[in-house]
Design a protein around this ligand. Sequence first.
Ligand SMILES: Nc1nc2c(ncn2[C@@H]2O[C@H](COP(=O)(O)OP(=O)(O)O)[C@@H](O)[C@H]2O)c(=O)[nH]1
Ligand SMILES: [Mg+2]
Length: 240
Amino acid sequence: MQTAVIVPTYNEKDNLEPLVTQLLSLPLDIQVIIVDDNSPDGTGDLADRLAEQYAGRVQVIHRAGKLGLGTAYLAGFRRALDAGADLICTTDADFSHNPRYVPSLVNRIRQGYDLVIGSRYVPGGGTIGCTLPRKLLSWGANAFARAMLGLRAHDTTAGFRCYQREVLARMDLDTIKASGYSFLIEMLYRVQRQGWRVGEVPIIFENRRRGTSKISRDEIIKAMLTVLRLAWIRLRGTRG
Ligand SMILES: Nc1nc2c(ncn2[C@@H]2O[C@H](COP(=O)(O)OP(=O)(O)O)[C@@H](O)[C@H]2O)c(=O)[nH]1
Ligand SMILES: [Mg+2]
């Protein structure tokens, strides 16, 4: 099975090379698709160098500026679908999502799931090195999204995922409104509503050691608005 791993990057120059190397050394047929938003720190050039070094296994999508995490995933999804990938995974570039878990995500898909989430909030999962505010933010966002949208997964905001090709191929990707972090919640909402089987495998999420988080207050507010918009759609029982 061909597995594409989408890695969105914005200022990840200290993380990208070891991450790509570790992904490519997994015992899977892996292609890496880096989506860089013209990172000021030169991550895009580094990505090009890796694409040259690992020709055929690493591709780069360059975008003009910081256009958001959600649209970066979308650009990656389209490229992966065009390339004929069977499975499409997403991961942060910062090692919070350790590449060693990718095989367990893929294995769970093989057991008959359509979307598998690398989850902090199932038995065996957890976090290391996260500050209390960060834990509270994650916990609050999850509780809110689950309560408002009836999401059954426990880690609804996690960006460590693996999708079966068909889930993305059959989704009208153009109509997804969220462009930032809350894209993850909107995707999960749609996947569940469309009746796909969603599974979770435990991961230990380690706070990044290098670089800084790109989540901002704006993103948090936008995420709340996304949940409210989807809750409204759900309440009216209409498509959206
Ligand atoms: N291409 C692109 N990548 C982004 C953007 N925002 C965040 N990222 C990347 O998305 C991943 C998640 O962001 P991160 O800062 O780790 O968020 P956190 O884990 O919630 O603190 C990282 O690999 C970032 O470099 C964006 O606007 N464009
Ligand atoms: Mg991260």
